[in-house]
Ligand binder design. Structure first.
Ligand code: BGC
Length: 760
């Protein structure tokens, strides 16, 4: 296909027109030149293909499809292969439905538990998020269908999402908010990237050349096209120049006309427009060429896959010997979610499911006659209140049973796209139900359906908690699989559950001041903050229990000393010490030494999921590289590894480190440094090649100021230690050697020293 030739034959109007949608979901065709239409569809965890009556808010119905577990759920599997398979299933469905691009994955970093779209997003950790996004993209695209990784960039709240300005410093962008997009682009080449609604440091994402071109294309090598989030275009011509290729949905010719006018008046070079057209056409033709007319989409088979994924993603948060439940006796299922589970979120990812199972139905279908399951709703799904009579009915049922399972969490009215929560509490009706039932039934388990962390004031009163999140349409079967031991839970939290909202690092600034949203916590997002502050959390990042236990032994670190350009192999042996089959996510964290920049205590740099029969062992290996040790240094505008000893911590959660070792890493990069009158003596002393130039001066200074100390009866004076003196001199700028030094050195002599200090 000679795309350049097609572009030459297109009129200016046709080219401008191609840069916006034909309608809500399709690109424009240019029939006379054989350019086909391409249809796109939401979303990250299932198809929301709408034909007529299109909208992007999930209001109108779409075709019947399969709802897989949402982003937060599947990410908790920590399983690259599993999410890749989910991607393959989604890609297969897209092929069958004649779609060119699936609008996902959604990968914004979780700054706060309050974000209304946290259920769609993966994690608070950029490494985990990047690994999972890359695998999902590879899965979808292996089926000859494109993806649209979204929402690029720094779009971690819904409040004022179309006008807010995320103010984020460079190091934080590089270390926290960019890596998921970076890795996905470098390793999986999504066909498209969707820019977000918000501004970033003052400029709308849809017209931001730094992110749309300099980083995305020039630095990372992105080859596809950039599409606007639906309605994210502010200044269309600025957008084309910055690298926004396709505007979605249609702007009914308004913005196309602005592009035409800008070209005609010389404000936009036609070659820049041609570039956007070429990028769009490349993908449109690729979608056409990869179309598989024979593709079928077996909804029942996909439902089975959704069940498996849900089972391997849900997180067992607490288990005081109550789970798995015995498959005999009387079990009370309480809470309306037992009958009508919340399994997906509201907004553009909302799927019209072809079927869906509740735990109540699944229990009846899956468990033998030895188990009797009774049910009481306990709360209303339509009214947000404490209903004492429903609670009493549930408590009565619980008291007659051998054990009770309460299904609780967040109803649809609590979290959704376009809206952020204002607190982290569950409905009072759910909390009171748990507390009242706990009074009469000690064998109590809570199953949670929610898209983001909640406070759990009742935690000490229940024996077990299963975090099911929003687990997709097969949620009922997957919950029963876990509750009764047919599946051994293996999900791990991809986010920290703080004890209370106020503990969250973004708490003081979240939602911002009108449109200004400052990301003041910087790189200290999630566990990076809680660990640094040594804070108690409800459940830490990476936490998740199993019905078996695993031991970690034999940690081997490839070398004791490496250079920052070397890679490092770390291995260990994991053994299933229990009596049932289980999966374990082994997590590797790197702990940097104290240095010039303020860094997290440790950061996730590797994970692997292993499946082990009882008594069996497996060797798990990780490959670490420069980025595993580096931080983003804004002086050299690059990743930089400070020389020093780095801890290698391997464990079952961020707060359950089982084996540890260390490696000495030596930097091969010198940070260019310019000395001047304000340079501190201490900094110069650390530079071994230059220290000699100031040592003499320092000694003289110490002699001058050292006099008068000692035992002279002045208590404050006598208390001055050598360390204190040392600190005072070390943090003194060079200029003070002339001024304070009383003739030790002249300004001219200092200039001479500075000249020598700056000699290379
Ligand atoms: C959402 C996107 C979605 C698009 C199309 C927007 O409101 O932010 O995630 O893909 O609508 O439905």
């Amino acid at each position: 296909m000679d795309i350049k030739k097609i572009i030459k034959q297109m009129t200016l109007e046709e080219k401008a027109g191609l840069c916006s949608g034909a309608d809500f979901w399709k690109t424009k065709a240019v029939e006379r030149l054989g350019v086909p239409q391409m249809m796109v569809s939401d979303g990250p965890h299932g198809l929301r293909k709408q034909d007529d009556q299109a909208d992007h808010a999930g209001i109108n119905e779409s075709i019947k499809a399969v709802c897989f577990p949402t982003g937060v759920t599947v990410c908790s599997s920590f399983d690259r292969d599993l999410i890749r398979e989910m991607g393959e299933n989604l890609g297969e469905a897209c092929q069958a439905e004649n779609l060119g691009v699936l609008l996902g994955p959604a990968v914004n970093i979780k700054r706060s538990p309050l974000c209304g779209r946290n259920f769609e997003y993966f994690s608070e950790d950029p490494y985990l998020s990047a690994e999972m996004a890359t695998s999902q993209i590879k899965g979808v695209q292996s089926q000859g269908v494109g993806t649209s990784i979204k929402h690029y960039l720094a779009n971690s709240q819904e409040h004022r999402r179309m006008s807010s300005d995320s103010r984020v410093d460079e190091r934080t962008l590089r270390e926290i908010y960019l890596p998921t997009f970076e890795k996905a682009v470098k390793e999986a080449q999504p066909w498209t990237v969707m820019c977000s609604y918000n501004r970033i440091n003052g400029t709308y994402a849809s017209e931001n050349p730094r992110f749309l071109t300099e980083l995305l294309r020039d630095e990372w090598g992105f080859e596809g096209f950039v599409v606007s989030d639906w309605g994210a275009v502010n200044d269309r011509v600025a957008g084309v120049k910055a690298g926004l290729d396709l505007e979605m949905p249609s702007s009914f010719g308004l913005n196309d006309a602005l592009i035409v006018k800008a070209v005609k008046t010389g404000k936009l070079e036609e070659a820049v427009l041609d570039r956007a057209v070429e990028r769009i056409l490349r993908i449109v033709f690729m979608a056409r060429d990869k179309k598989n007319p024979k593709a079928r989409f077996d909804r029942e088979a996909q439902h089975g896959k959704a069940r498996q994924i849900a089972g391997e993603s849900m997180v067992l948060l607490k288990n005081e010997g109550i789970l798995p439940l015995a498959k005999k006796g009387k079990v009370a299922f309480l809470g309306a979610f037992a009958d009508k589970p919340r399994f997906q979120g509201g907004g553009s990812s909302h799927i019209n499911v072809f079927k869906q199972t509740s735990a109540l139905e699944a229990a009846k279908a899956q468990l033998g006659s030895a188990v009797t399951v009774s049910y009481a709703p306990g709360y209303s799904l339509t009214e947000d209140k404490v209903d004492r009579s429903l609670i009493q009915q549930a408590a009565d049922l619980a008291s007659e049973a051998d054990c009770a399972v309460i299904f609780a969490g967040l109803p649809d009215s609590y979290e959704s796209e376009g809206y952020d929560r204002s607190h982290m509490r569950m409905p009072e009706g759910h909390n009171v139900l748990i507390e009242e039932v706990a009074r009469v039934q000690k064998n109590l388990v809570v199953v949670l359906h929610n898209g983001s962390p909640v406070e759990m004031p009742w935690l000490s009163q229940v024996k077990g908690v299963l975090e099911a999140y929003l687990a997709g349409q097969a949620v009922g079967e997957a919950v029963v699989d876990i509750l009764f031991g047919d599946v051994n839970p293996s999900g791990k939290l991809a986010e920290t559950f703080p004890v209370k909202l106020e503990d969250n690092p973004s708490y003081l600034y979240y939602l911002g001041e009108k449109d200004v949203v400052e990301y003041r916590e910087g790189v200290f997002v999630g566990y990076r903050y809680y660990d640094k502050k040594n804070m108690e959390v409800l459940f830490p990042f990476g936490h998740g229990l199993s019905y078996t236990t695993f031991s970690y032994d034999n940690l081997k670190i490839g070398h004791s000393k490496i250079k920052d350009t070397d890679s490092l192999t770390v291995s260990l042996t994991v053994t299933n010490r229990g009596s049932v089959f289980g999966r374990e996510t082994v997590q590797l964290y790197v702990a940097p030494p104290a240095g010039d920049v303020i860094r997290p205590v440790k950061e996730l740099k590797g994970f692997a999921k292993v499946a082990l029969e009882p008594g069996k062992s497996e060797k798990v290996s990780f490959e670490l590289e420069k980025r595993s040790f580096a931080y983003f240094n804004t002086v050299i505008n690059d990743w930089y590894v400070e020389s020093g000893d780095y801890g290698i911590l391997v464990g079952s959660s961020s707060r359950d480190i089982r084996v540890r070792g260390s490696v000495q890493v030596k930097s091969t990069v010198t940070i260019p440094w310019k000395y001047d009158m304000n340079s501190l003596v201490g900094d110069i002393l650390r530079d071994s090649k230059k220290a000699g130039l100031v040592k003499g001066l320092l000694k003289s200074m110490e002699e001058v100021f050292g006099q008068g100390s000692g035992d002279d009866g002045d208590a404050a004076q006598d208390a001055i230690t050598d360390e204190m003196k040392d600190a005072m001199f070390k943090y003194m700028p060079l200029r003070n050697f002339a001024c304070f030094g009383g003739g030790l050195v002249t300004f001219e002599e200092l200039q001479d020293i500075i000249y020598k200090l700056n000699e290379t």
